[in-house]
Design a protein around this ligand. Structure first.
Ligand code: AHG
Ligand code: MN
Ligand code: MN
Length: 340
């Protein structure tokens, strides 16, 4: 007998049945995200074939050059959601202000934050890129949503996840009740449940992942941590291996499946590191915590950080709980040394 195949649609319906009070609105969001992911995946896969590569003239709100595929992905996600009546508003890495639902469409009771294309500097080299998304409940009285609906503490997410466009395209998400991974079968155009209930293996693989080119700008505690992971200080066990793709989604997908520690720390020039709290760190932290791992900024759980602005950055230590604990100890030692 052939095993029954679980499509993402069937999985969503099954999950909905577990919650008799569900209206189906939330399921619709996941389904629409899967659709957007398929459209972006198709475009990423043919990026080498068509004239879609190269930078446009535009810069995003962070002053970075935006690639055409970033714009495409941004647009696909917005258009997949703008007319559904499920969202009150959206926010994207590529847009300074929140994105309002066009006046001729109805609005709903959720907000969506997203990084449409993560790791976009890797596109030209055919290296994995991704999409990251975070869903919150509408909390403001504003009939069509406002910043308050987007700038919420990570702990209040009702869903978070990512898509990785790698050797296969995978969608991984959590609603706080297990982490589920689906692999796109391009021949039938469906995401199939391939990784039910993902848990970070324990013990995790001894892998660290960080842009070590920034070593000279790091604080002493960060340098000591990485020296320790390499076995230079002879205080620990076997040295860790180093892996760094430069697409957070890809580095964290590996971390989720193998274990390890991913870091984007603060440094002397960037006191909050590089990654954005609301649509990069928070959804990844939600996934990783739900898979048994941890995510901190060095002293606080990422999901407990009260955000103050849409595009704020946060230092990030995320992955196997045991390694994040270890990183925190080095960061704390540094804080004590700096205070003394
Ligand atoms: P984005 O492409 O959305 O701007 O994000 C890139 C991020 C993240 O994916 C990655 O981990 C990090 O930038 C890499 O930064 P460095 O090149 O500084 O290592
Ligand atoms: Mn990104
Ligand atoms: Mn991006």
């Amino acid at each position: 007998m052939t095993r029954s195949v679980v499509t993402i649609e069937r999985h969503i319906v099954d999950q909905e049945r577990l919650h008799p009070e569900a209206t189906g609105a939330f399921s619709g969001i996941l389904y629409d995200m899967a659709l957007a992911a398929k459209m972006i995946s198709r475009e990423v896969n043919k990026a080498g074939l068509v004239d879609i590569l190269g930078a446009t003239d535009h810069q995003n709100v962070h002053g970075e050059i935006v690639k055409k595929l970033d714009e495409f992905a941004d647009d696909v996600i917005f258009k997949a959601f703008d007319h559904t009546g499920l969202l009150c508003c959206m926010a994207s890495e590529e847009n300074e202000e929140i994105l309002e639902i066009p006046a001729h469409f109805p609005t709903g009771k959720y907000s969506l934050l997203y990084d449409p294309l993560d790791g976009s500097s890797n596109i030209d080299a055919n290296i994995s890129v991704g999409t990251i998304f975070s869903v919150h409940r509408k909390v403001s009285d504003h009939p069509r949503g406002c910043e308050e609906d987007c700038i919420q503490v990570g702990r209040k997410q009702i869903a978070g996840g990512y898509v990785v466009y790698g050797s296969s395209t995978m969608l991984v998400y959590t609603t706080g009740n297990g982490v589920h991974g689906f692999t796109l079968d391009p021949s039938i155009g469906e995401f199939l449940l391939s990784h039910p209930n993902i848990r970070i293996p324990k013990p995790g693989k001894r892998i660290y992942s960080v842009n070590e080119g920034n070593y000279a700008r790091w604080h002493e505690g960060q340098r000591r941590l990485v020296d320790h992971l390499k076995g230079i200080d002879s205080r620990g066990g076997a040295p860790f291996s180093a892996r760094y793709v430069g697409s957070m989604v890809a580095d964290l997908h590996r971390t989720l499946l193998y274990g390890g520690l991913f870091m984007y720390p603060a440094d002397r020039e960037n006191p909050n590191g590089k990654l954005r709290l609301l649509y990069e760190a928070n959804p990844m932290a939600f996934v990783v915590e739900n898979a048994g791992g941890r995510a901190t900024d060095g002293c606080r759980d990422v999901l407990d950080i009260e955000p103050t602005s849409l595009h704020q950055r946060v230092p990030l230590y995320i992955g196997s709980a045991e390694f994040v604990d270890l990183a925190e100890r080095f960061v704390a030692e540094e804080a004590v040394a700096a205070a003394g």
